[in-house]
Design a protein around this ligand. Structure first.
Ligand code: NAI
Ligand code: MG
Length: 495
């Protein structure tokens, strides 16, 4: 990951720029960072290593663009976002290829879908511009008291690498629709798709409204979260960094939205011992995106009556996935983002193999030779007979390691599901809908799915409770709550 410019300069790779005040520029320091392809471990590009000086320029540009942008009629802002959506739709295939290469996500199962969902997000928020409305408050005939939804100002957004283009869209679309201007910091591990998307946005937006900076978290990210002109922070990433962002926000009393990690439970009842539930558990675990998803259903609570038979079906299906080149249409599973994450995932697998009482059902450590050893390819791994207090069952692994835990009493299953500092997603599997809803209401999570393990669609309220985050951004209400502030105006009509 992060090293110096020399590594990038030594090879003939393309040199990317970042987007500040309507221009494509390098870092003020002239420094660069290499971008590595996880499938091959080759450096494929270099990006500017943005720092405090670059952030200051970007924030200044966004602040200068704000007064005019907030006065653009919301409908017109929405139309710009919809034009961006149309233009992105034409480029879905290009975006998908860039994503597959830089993230290691398999193109068929993940990268293409991500590019399409970014289009959906742009289009969805573009259509909501007219909903930025306020209320009137009935204080009496002699008074007109009303609220306005006003933009907050310059938004500083920081995104991770696991779904970079969709997550960039999820910051850009609601922030801009609501009349804010934006400085977005891309993740150092996956900036290329975001930059490609920015080249599309650039064609439809006034200068300074959207600025995209590349660089490291501790440099560009920290400078952005600490900048005094930034009036709102929106962060997606680890819980650890989320706390740093919230502290930075506390210094200046600016609102934050945090979308952080998870250790999401799947609770399977005896009547769901069938193929559809097995397929659903695989989807919820996000095995085909190497489980690098904050909503991965990574703790599997299986009823004792079906424990062995369900796991056997699950292991058989999981073993059939084809792991390989992210750009190959036949690959089901690609590579882990970088060496650090790869080693972290391998560390958890090793720990699982050495735990007394653990039972490896499928997977294990990655191959040390052959084509898969050329990239960061982890193998989908399931440990049976896990305990909810194992580190593997408590910590967000962000890799394809699933632990299966037995239960007999429903209250006990829910107690274990809730025994975590996370609270992002959850999955309940039973045809008894009354029971499913009782469990859904008892689970401490921001988003519960019953009998399916899909990703988020624009319009759903989505976000975490407990240390999985605060705030919602994915819906109309999310845009209103996270990217506008209310002002009340009260007029004495008797004068
Ligand atoms: P991270 O949280 O460190 O990185 C996310 C973003 O925050 C990146 O753009 C990074 O440059 C930035 N950042 C890092 N440190 C910062 C700081 N001090 N100030 C401002 N910005 C900063 O995530 P990382 O290191 O890539 O992954 C570590 C773990 O985080 C993963 O294993 C996973 O558990 C979790 N994670 C969760 C994600 C989610 O969607 N909830 C996404 C990515 C990681
Ligand atoms: Mg980090």
């Amino acid at each position: 990951m992060a090293s110096t410019s020399t590594a990038a300069a030594a090879q003939s790779i393309r040199s990317e720029k970042m987007f500040i005040d309507g221009a494509w520029v390098g870092a003020a320091s002239g420094r660069e960072l290499p971008v590595e392809a996880p499938g091959t471990r080759e450096t494929i590009a270099s990006i500017p290593r943005g720092g405090a000086e670059d952030i200051a320029r970007a924030v200044k540009a966004a602040a200068q663009a704000f007064p005019a942008w907030r006065r653009v009629a919301p409908r017109d802002r929405g139309r710009m976002l919809q034009k961006i959506a149309d233009a992105m739709e034409e480029k879905v295939e290009d975006l998908a290829r860039i994503l597959a290469e830089e993230t290691g996500n398999a193109i068929r199962t993940q990268a293409r879908g991500e590019a399409r969902s970014a289009v959906d997000i742009m289009r969805y928020f573009g259509g909501l511009a007219s909903e930025l409305k306020g209320e009137t408050i009935p204080l009496g005939e002699h008074v007109l008291s009303y609220t306005r939804r006003e933009p907050i100002g310059v938004v500083g957004a920081i995104i991770p690498w696991n779904a970079p283009v969709a997550l960039a869209a999820l910051k850009i679309a609601p922030a801009l629709c609501a009349g804010n201007t934006l400085v977005l910091k891309a993740a150092e591990d996956a900036p290329l798709g975001v930059l490609a998307m920015t080249r599309i946005c650039e064609q439809f937006l006034p200068k300074g409204v959207l600025n995209v900076v590349t660089g490291l978290g501790e440099e560009a990210g920290a400078a952005l979260s600490a900048h005094p002109t930034v009036r709102k922070l929106s962060f997606t990433g680890s819980t650890e960094v989320g706390k740093i962002i919230m502290r930075a926000a506390a210094e200046r009393i600016v609102p934050v939205s945090l979308e952080l990690g998870g250790k999401s439970p799947s609770i399977v009842y005896p009547d769901a011992n069938e193929d559809w539930a097995v397929d659903g558990i695989i989807a919820a675990m996000r095995f085909t995106r190497q489980s690098q998803s904050c909503t991965a259903g990574s703790r599997l609570f299986l009823h004792a009556d079906i424990f062995d038979s369900f796991l056997q079906k699950l292991a058989d299906k999981t073993a059939k996935f084809k792991i390989g080149d992210p750009l190959d249409e036949t690959s089901d599973i690609g590579a882990i983002i970088n060496e650090k994450q790869f080693k972290k995932v391998c560390g958890y697998v090793e720990e699982g193999l050495n735990l007394p009482g653990s039972k490896l059902l499928v997977g294990g450590l990655p191959p040390k030779s052959g084509p898969l050893s050329k990239g960061y390819f982890a193998v989908p791994t399931i440990f049976a007979n896990a305990a909810n207090d194992w580190r593997l069952a408590r910590e967000e692994i962000f890799g394809p390691v699933l632990v299966a835990i037995r239960w007999t009493d429903e209250a006990d299953a829910i107690r274990m599901a809730n025994d975590t500092h996370y609270g992002l997603a959850a999955y309940v599997w039973t045809k008894d809908i009354g029971r499913a809803l009782r469990a859904s209401h008892a689970i401490e999570a921001g988003w519960v799915q019953v009998n399916q393990g899909l990703g988020q669609f624009p319009g759903q309220s989505y976000g975490g409770v407990k240390q999985s985050g605060i705030g919602r951004e994915h819906s109309l209400e999310g845009m209103l709550d996270s990217f506008t502030q209310r002002k009340n105006v009260t007029v004495n009509l008797a004068v």
